[in-house]
Design a protein. Structure first.
Length: 160
């Protein structure tokens, strides 16, 4: 893969990661839609991608390693998103990850009152859709495309 395509793909992954995080925070804090625990976990690959890409520009001699790391990060992100989509579609039952706040039996009175006031969102409930698809559906697609793109950069690295 030539250097221009590699740089373009890396910049595109960087911009998509920033856009994904900004969109998630906009939907949560401006539009008021509460995310579930898996939705919050699905943000981490994008944050890690931004860090990895910035490190890649700083330490360019490790570019091949950073592309492998980026591929692994988004592969995990794809699997996490597929798991979440399976829960949303009813193929997989919710796990403790979806109910982290309520998993402790030893709660104080104050903690119980606080939890009653908070809105706990189930991982199977889709609270926000765009064109009839949940954000998790889009995340599966985006994470998979980034995994393929970063993997292509990694595997084509020495073909110049």
């Amino acid at each position: 893969m030539d250097e221009n395509k590699k740089n373009l793909l890396t910049k595109l992954i960087f911009l998509i990661s920033i856009f994904a995080l900004v969109s998630a925070f906009f939907i949560e804090y401006i539009l008021g839609y509460q995310p579930c625990n898996l939705c919050i976990l699905e943000r981490f690959p994008y944050l890690l991608a931004i860090i990895v890409i910035l490190l890649n520009y700083k330490f360019n001699k490790f570019e091949k390693f950073f592309m492998l790391l980026l591929t692994a990060i988004f592969l995990v992100g794809t699997i996490l998103s597929l798991y979440h989509l399976g829960i949303e579609q009813g193929f997989i039952q919710e796990s403790l990850v979806c109910d982290i706040e309520n998993s402790s039996n030893l709660l104080s009175k104050e903690k119980i009152l606080q939890q009653l006031q908070e809105k706990n969102v189930s991982c199977k409930d889709v609270t926000f859709k765009i064109f009839g698809l949940s954000l998790t559906s889009y995340n599966v697609l985006i994470s998979l495309l980034i995994t393929i793109s970063a993997g292509k950069i990694y595997f084509d690295y020495d073909k110049n």
